[in-house]
Every structure is written in structure tokens, then in C-alpha cells.
Design a protein around this ligand. Structure first.
Ligand code: PHE
Length: 453
């Protein structure tokens, strides 16, 4: 185990940007809009916000505090705070989750890369919805090309991580996140000013409770965890580079605010345009890859906006992918003394090998199901997002609430400069009771509903 002093972010701003970069990803821009589309728009958004506050935020604060006070990776953090106990398994759950997520994430990351290049070369010019559908289907069902793009996406992730914390991760986020913000604002303005956009705005902001079922609530929790990057150890790792001076609740406030705003803005960039051109909002995962190219093709300067949109998606995916890779990199560096280069080569190869069957789930393996009709892609997503993230989120919050103690959490979260978390007693109650109970209920429901399928 290394004892050298921990590398740090060059500033608090760097940490916040990198954390927002991790949170804002395919989950917020690709998954969030289509899940909201299938689950009643605004009603889903409200439930999502509730889950963010009651479940996402407490775990997020806890993870960052655990990382900062131990200055270790997720496994090392628990080993340091609770030596000779099994709590360190939480860290391994997170690490496994990051490997599985990155495996299927890189599949979609590869799609976004190709779509960005296609959009820049104006391939979507005057494309109709049927053409967009057949071109997407032809692309994803090709046995090799998507794997090539998946590898390209992983290589970009590896290169950024290779440059290390400040020169790789922090610098990339400092350049790409403001770019993402600008692109998103341009796209929202374009979308909400289209004729008939009001219907889309109404759809994403107005709660249609008739579409809400129990499972909407569970989707909302899964989404809150996934889109805040909670439960994967990413935030323990990023927290481990944060200076002891900084106030964590304050940073978390910014991270949650901005990443939620991005998800909402992604909805506002997509739905008004979709409605304005008379398309269906609830078509699921292909919404972004089929409906959007057709939507853009019908706008003036549509090719330009399509290129901006897919660039935005690629940027979002990359800044999340680097946070996922960094977790196991730091684990192997801290606990096993691997060099960064060795870690990157070995871990990325494992992820790539895991990712190939995920990509092939849309071509040669499309008829191969694991359980309950899930393809390999869906299975990786299910195990990571619906089982491992909540499980590790649960053990983190139980550890903090019942073993380490909320007073210590509050003290450690304050930092040299900051004030206490507002509404301390209420938060303590939420952390000890509400968050764990809600996670358990949601978790059991997910498993039961899978078994019943
Ligand atoms: N938050 C990322 C997204 O929304 C995904 C992610 C999950 C990243 C867990 C890191 C850890 O796409």
C-alpha cells in the first residue's frame, strides 16, 4: 500500500467540474429523456428529483467524505476506516460496477462517436425517419464496425486517463464541460423556439400522473443513482483527491444542481423538437439515434445542430468514462502498486473483452438472452445499474449512518473553510433511516419484478 502524499485537484472548481463531468453522461442525455418519455414526462421528473434529494445526495456526500478523509480508493478507504471487517467488500462492488458499466457504456460511446463524425460530414442531410431507422439498424447490426468504434471510444478514454489527474482528467473536464454547457444552451434555444414546441415543453414539465406506476418510482431511483454516478466508487475516488480545506456539502450542492439541470435541459433540447415535428416521444432507447437525426434533418441548418448534439453526447460520455476507468486504476495503483500504464492496458483490455458481447447484443448475439429476455447488453446494465449501484450505495449509507457515525460524517464534510450542513438533524435522520429503507424497498422490487417477467 502506498504512503506517498495523495495527488490533488488543482482547485475546488476542477473537482466540481470533474464530478459534474462524471455525473453528466449517457445516463443524463441519452437515458433520462427516453425513460422520462416512457414514464409520463414531468411526473417522472418530479419523482426523479425526490430520489435525487432523498437517496442520491446523502450517498454522494458520504462517498466523497469517505474518499477525502481516507485519501484512498474505495477498497482502501473501507480498509482504513474499518480494518479487519468485511466492509471493504463495498469497494469491490463499486469496482465491479465500474467495469460492467464501462463495458456497455463503450458500446453506446462508440455509436455516439460514429454519429458525431457522420453528422459533421452531413450524412443526415434530409434523412427521413424511416431512413434514419434503417441506417441505425444497419449500423448496430454490423458484426465488426460497432466494435471498431467501441475500441476507438475506449482508446480515447485510456489516453485521457494516461495523462493523470491534473493533466488528463481535470484538464479535459475544464475544456469539455464548458463546451458541453454552451452546446446544450444552443440546442435548447433551437428546440424551444420551433413552431409547436410548447407541446414538448409541456410534456417534460407537466406531470401526467396517469402514466405513473409503481415501477416509475423504481426507474426514478435507478436513474438518480446512475445519473449522479453514485454507488460505483467514482465519487470516493474523486473525493480522495480533494483538499481538506473544501466544504463538501457545498460542492455536492453544485454537482447535484448542475447535473440535474443538464438532464432537464437535455429533455428540453429533445422533446420540443420531437413534438414540433410530430414524432413519438416514448420510443425508448433509439429516440436519440433514430428520431433525432430525422428531427434535425427537417430544421434549417439541421446538419449543424445534429453535429453539435452528437458532439455533446460524445463529450458527456467521455467525461463519465474517464471517471469509471479511474476507479480501478487507483485501486490497482494504491493497493497493488501497479503503474498507471500497466493498469490502463490490463483494465481496458478486460473492459473491451466484456464489452464485445454487449456490442454484439445488437447483431450476432441479438437472440441470445440471459434471464427474463435480457440481452447481454441489458444484463450488464441491469446487474450494474439495478443491483450493484444500489447495493454499494446501501452499504455506504449503512456504514456512515450506523458504523462510522453521522457526527463524524458531518465533521469531516465541513472542511477547514466551510460551515456545517444546513438542517443537520433532518439529514442525520434521512441518512440513518430514510435513505437505506428506500433503497432496500426499491432493490427488492427490482429483483422481484425481474423474476416475475
Ligand atoms: N453518471 C453517468 C451517466 O449519467 C454514468 C456513471 C455511472 C458514471 C456511475 C460513473 C459511475 O451517464
Amino acid at each position: 500500500m502506498s504512503n506517498h502524499s495523495r495527488e490533488q485537484w488543482s482547485s475546488k472548481f476542477g473537482f466540481i467540474l470533474a464530478s459534474i463531468g462524471s455525473a453528466v453522461g449517457l445516463g443524463s442525455i441519452w437515458k433520462f429523456p427516453y425513460i422520462a418519455g416512457e414514464n409520463g414526462g414531468g411526473a417522472f421528473v418530479l419523482l426523479f428529483l425526490l430520489c435525487v434529494v432523498l437517496m442520491g445526495m446523502p450517498v454522494l456526500i458520504s462517498e466523497i467524505v469517505l474518499g477525502r478523509s481516507t485519501q484512498r480508493n474505495p477498497v482502501g478507504a473501507f480498509r482504513k476506516l474499518a480494518p479487519n471487517t468485511p466492509w471493504f467488500i463495498t469497494g469491490y462492488i463499486g469496482i465491479i460496477a465500474t467495469l460492467l458499466i464501462l463495458a456497455f457504456y463503450s458500446t453506446v460511446g462508440g455509436w455516439t462517436l460514429t454519429y458525431t463524425l457522420d453528422a459533421f460530414t452531413n450524412s443526415f442531410h434530409q434523412i427521413t425517419i424511416n431512413e434514419a431507422e434503417s441506417s441505425f439498424t444497419t449500423f448496430i447490426s454490423h458484426p465488426f464496425i460497432p466494435i471498431f468504434w467501441q475500441a476507438a471510444f475506449l482508446i480515447l478514454t485510456m489516453i485521457i486517463c494516461y495523462f493523470g489527474l491534473q493533466k488528463g482528467i481535470e484538464r479535459t473536464n475544464k475544456i469539455l464541460m464548458p463546451l458541453l454547457g454552451i452546446l446544450l444552451v444552443i440546442l435548447v434555444i433551437r428546440s424551444v423556439t420551433l413552431p409547436g414546441a410548447m407541446e414538448g415543453i409541456h410534456f417534460i414539465l407537466y406531470p401526467d400522473w396517469s402514466k405513473v406506476t409503481v415501477s416509475t418510482f423504481f426507474e426514478a431511483l435507478g436513474m438518480a443513482f446512475f445519473s449522479l454516478s453514485v454507488g460505483a466508487g467514482c465519487m470516493v475516488t474523486y473525493g480522495s483527491f480533494l483538499s481538506k480545506k473544501e466544504n463538501i456539502p457545498n460542492a455536492v450542492g453544485n454537482i447535484v444542481l448542475f447535473s440535474t439541470l443538464v438532464s432537464l435541459a437535455a429533455g428540453l433540447a429533445i422533446f420540443p423538437a420531437v413534438f414540433s415535428l410530430g414524432y413519438e416521444p416514448g420510443i425508448g432507447p433509439p429516440l436519440v439515434f433514430i428520431t433525432l437525426p430525422a428531427v434535425f434533418a427537417q430544421m434549417p441548418a439541421g446538419g449543424f445542430f445534429a453535429a453539435l448534439f452528437f458532439l455533446l453526447l460524445t463529450v458527456a460520455a467521455l467525461t463519465s468514462a474517464i471517471s469509471l476507468l479511474e476507479v480501478s486504476l487507483r485501486y490497482t495503483e494504491d493497493e497493488h502498486g501497479w503503474t498507471r500504464k500497466k493498469g490502463i492496458m490490463i483494465i481496458s483490455t478486460v473492459i473491451f473483452l466484456l464489452g464485445i458481447p454487449a456490442t454484439l447484443s445488437y447483431s450476432s448475439l441479438s437472440d441470445f438472452y440471459t434471464v427474463s429476455g435480457l440481452t447481454i447488453f441489458d444484463t450488464l446494465d441491469f446487474i450494474a445499474s439495478n443491483v450493484l449501484l444500489p447495493l454499494s450505495g446501501l452499504t455506504v449509507i449503512l456504514f456512515v449512518g450506523w458504523k462510522w457515525g453521522v457526527p463524524l460524517l458531518l465533521k469531516e464534510s465541513r472542511g477547514d473553510l466551510g460551515k456545517d450542513l444546513p438542517f443537520k438533524t433532518a439529514w442525520a435522520f434521512v441518512i440513518r433511516w430514510i435513505t437505506p429503507l428506500l433503497i432496500v424497498v426499491v432493490f427488492l422490487f427490482q429483483i422481484l419484478s425481474l423474476l416475475q417477467k
